[in-house]
Write a protein that binds this ligand. Structure first.
Ligand SMILES: *[C@@H]1O[C@H](CO)[C@@H](O)[C@H](O)[C@H]1NC(C)=O
Length: 354
């Protein structure tokens, strides 16, 4: 709690509020790209880029950091926040039309976020899980902490429902109490990398996804296949997947590609810590210390079968797309880019020649 407040600075807040507001009204950002006219969409991208530029130009210099002595007293390393969220991120959250509490969300929005927050009452924390951002490993840790699993290394397939307590299963007053008093954290990842990871995993490996989504995608987006009966949906291209995403409403997407903003509502829930996939080990260690996990509970190593998305792979896939398509996709994930301070990908043709 105190850490979060320390990192807020009114000076910083007012700077970016003005710059953001001057370019696009927050209401239009929130309603999402489906209803956003293209001019506004463009402005949102420009505004978001400007925001990122300001961060680079030292907006963060004015932000207080906790004194080293304060940290030493708690016996922790310097807190490893994904800092921009707590500066420009909370600034964006202070916009007029952004939600302040989960009770001001629409019922379907609230349902989504409550179904993604896991509860541990013994260590008093809430974890909002984001698929494709190490969530299986964090669920393992939660199961070890609650005694349902002996060790994080037990060689079993993760069951994503059993032995886990979801905030959605509690009563409103129990939910409010935990949101107010518990340590709340989540992990984020570069938005396009997360999409690519979901695409490669679900359409490359999982038959149920090929049947449920793949067949539909091929029908809709591959010429001349609309009426074909024998589709298997196992050869969806990344481009077809992106076309499908463009036509889907962010609030009703499958959780593997739903924007993190919709899954975890970082404005309605004031997370104490937002770790990143890019610094997974470091940030997970911090969370484990912070919640007071016993020393034998470690964050699991990457599984050996794990196929990482490298910068080169991402570059390759993004460049297989018509760059116009990529530019159309970005507004859908613009809040994930800007709230978590990821730079927008370079969508020029020159960039893809490299
Ligand atoms: C995009 O990439 C091209 C080629 O590498 C480069 O010249 C250009 O400056 C980049 N644009 C941005 C906005 O980074």
């Amino acid at each position: 709690m105190s850490e979060r407040l320390l990192r807020r600075s009114d000076g910083v807040r007012s700077v970016s509020v003005t710059s953001f507001r001057s370019a696009a009204s927050p209401g239009s950002v929130r309603r999402g790209s489906a209803v956003l006219p293209s001019v506004l969409t463009f402005l949102v991208i420009v505004a978001s880029g400007g925001l990122l530029l300001m961060i680079e130009k030292g907006m963060l210099n004015g932000v207080e950091t906790p004194s080293p002595r304060g940290n030493a007293r708690r016996g922790l390393q310097k807190p490893l926040f994904k800092e921009p969220l707590l500066t420009c991120g909370t600034t964006m959250c202070s916009q007029k039309n952004m939600p302040r509490s989960i009770w001001s969300l629409s019922p379907p929005q609230r349902k989504t976020v409550l179904q993604h927050i896991l509860v541990n009452d013994e260590y008093r924390f809430l974890y909002c899980y984001v698929p494709k951002v190490a969530c299986s490993n964090w669920k393992r840790v939660l199961k070890v902490l609650s005694g349902a699993l002996e060790s994080v290394d037990v060689n079993i397939k993760m069951d994503h429902r059993s032995d886990l307590l979801f905030l959605s299963s509690l009563k409103p007053e129990e939910i409010s109490y935990r949101l107010k008093h518990y340590f709340k954290f989540m992990f984020v990842r570069e938005p396009m990398e997360r999409l690519l990871s979901a695409y490669r995993n679900k359409f490359g490996e999982i038959e149920s996804y090929q049947k449920k989504y793949g067949v539909e995608i091929v029908r809709r987006y591959r010429k001349g296949r609309a009426k074909e009966a024998s589709l298997t949906g196992d050869d969806v291209t990344f481009g077809e997947f992106v076309r499908y995403l463009l036509d889907e409403d962010a609030e009703h997407m499958n959780e593997h590609w739903m924007p993190v903003y919709n899954l975890c509502q970082p404005c309605a829930v004031s997370y104490d810590f937002i770790g990143s996939y890019e610094h997974l080990e470091r940030d997970s260690d911090y969370v484990l210390q912070r919640i007071g996990a016993p020393p034998f509970v470690r964050f699991p190593e990457r599984q050996t079968w794990y196929k990482p998305v490298t910068t080169e792979t991402l570059h390759y896939y993004l460049c297989t797309l018509p760059q116009k398509l990529l530019r159309e996709l970005l507004p859908k994930y613009i809040l994930d880019f800007s709230l978590f301070a990821y730079p927008l990908p370079n969508t020029t043709i020159e960039h893809c020649r490299h």
